[in-house]
Design a protein around this ligand. Structure first.
Ligand code: GLA
Length: 392
């Protein structure tokens, strides 16, 4: 749906009104490498997508807030008091959580608003549709209220909305990428300090191909929390040997090799090994990307997947089959799962001359081996949250 069509829908829903509307967009994200590192204080390398969530917003004459979406049936109009009551379990929990967090940092809403969302990101596919809703809401409301915009603060408060109100214990990566992405760049983010660097991600004849396994991600939250607590256990044991250690990802591979025997549980040890080695892979990736060496980067992507499969154990049959089928092709430089895992999407770098053939053959083989039909998105790196200016 383009901006013009969205505005038409907005007026159909909310009428002509006395104020002018504004239009905002926040992308989804794909993580190129550095998985399950954000909550371990490590480096990640995500990038914003070219598709995401668009929001049309307009001031109201009363103090109520209306939420509606073109692609989700639930809609509601709330008074300010109702916005501060409990969760509904609906998609509106994301923007409502954001309004509550804005309030806590002193950005109380002074007016009522009508909001209409449109999402291009498949829900539950691990491409951060929820972070995209949160970030576009925060950015739009701060803009409407004429307040200062700080996209790092927007990422932090959106993460808090997700952790505290929605109740999902995610790290900072998704909201950060959605808020701070830059066209044709990946973001090297240090998740402990939130220092970041935009790394040119010019892939020339190679394209990012995202494949959705369409596997339902039933256990993702509980398994995600299980991994977080295994990492906490590893950290606690290692801190006995090295009291200055604050996060697992602070360890070099050499330090980890020397200390790893202090973790007697083999599963917990392997989780920590993934974290330490994946962190080094992110730094190595940035080096090779700066030299435009996509081939070596592709190898790191493959190694990352193996580590998530065998050490961190967050892949599962569908993600493994998808990655194997991509890796089989000469036109693919590398492929890996992206996001939390347990279903969701893979990301691959594929030569443009091979894309059609690769997608056709991967789809056939994937369906034959899993009984599921995949979806593919061939995309470039998009822009972080922004206003669409000049929208009529
Ligand atoms: C999910 C979380 C992120 C991050 C990834 C794994 O996407 O929301 O914070 O932990 O999983 O890298």
């Amino acid at each position: 749906m383009n901006t013009e069509q969205m505005i038409k829908k907005f007026i159909e829903k909310y009428g002509e009104g006395n104020h002018s509307h504004r239009v905002f967009n926040a992308p989804g994200r794909v993580n190129l490498i550095g998985e399950h590192l954000d909550y371990n204080g490590g480096y990640v390398l995500p990038a914003a997508l070219e598709f995401g969530t668009t929001l049309v917003i307009r001031e109201r004459d009363d103090q109520q807030i209306s939420f509606a979406s073109t692609n989700m049936p639930y809609e509601v109009t709330l008074t300010m008091e109702e916005v501060f009551s409990g969760k509904s379990g609906e998609w509106t929990d994301y923007p409502i959580g954001v309004i509550q967090e804005l309030d806590k940092v002193g950005s109380k809403l002074t007016k009522g608003y009508d909001l209409l969302y449109h999402g291009d990101i498949p829900n539950g596919a691990g491409l951060s549709s929820s972070a995209s809703i949160e970030v576009v809401t925060a950015f739009a409301l701060l803009s409407m209220e004429g307040r200062e915009i700080d996209t790092v603060e927007i990422a932090k408060l959106s993460q808090r909305a997700e952790n505290l109100f929605v109740g999902v214990n995610s790290g900072i990566m998704d909201q950060f990428a959605v808020a701070n992405g830059r066209k044709d760049h990946a973001i090297l983010l240090m998740c402990d300090t939130l220092e970041y660097e935009l790394v040119p991600f010019e892939t020339g004849a190679y394209k990012i191909v995202i494949a959705n396994t369409n596997k339902r991600r039933g256990l993702v939250d509980s398994k995600y929390n299980e991994r977080r607590s295994e990492c906490d256990q590893a950290l606690e044991l290692l801190q006995k040997e090295m009291p200055s250690l604050q996060y697992l990802a602070q360890l070099t591979t050499e330090q980890f090799a020397a200390l790893q025997n202090s973790i007697s549980d083999e599963t917990v040890r392997r989780r920590a090994q993934h974290v330490v080695e994946e962190n080094q892979r992110v730094l190595d990736s940035v080096e090779v990307l700066k030299n435009n060496d996509l081939e070596t980067f592709g190898k790191y992507m493959n190694q990352s997947h193996d580590s998530l499969r065998y050490l961190y154990e967050v892949t599962g049959n569908e993600l493994d089959v998808m990655v194997e089928e991509f890796q089989r092709h000469a036109g693919t430089l590398g492929a890996r799962m992206t996001g939390a895992g347990f279903g969701g999407c893979t990301v691959a770098l594929v030569h443009e001359d091979h894309i059609e053939k690769v997608m056709k053959e991967v789809a056939q083989q994937y369906e034959a081996r899993t009984g599921l039909r995949p979806d593919f998105y061939v995309c470039g790196v998009g822009q972080g949250v922004h206003e669409i200016k000049g929208a009529l």
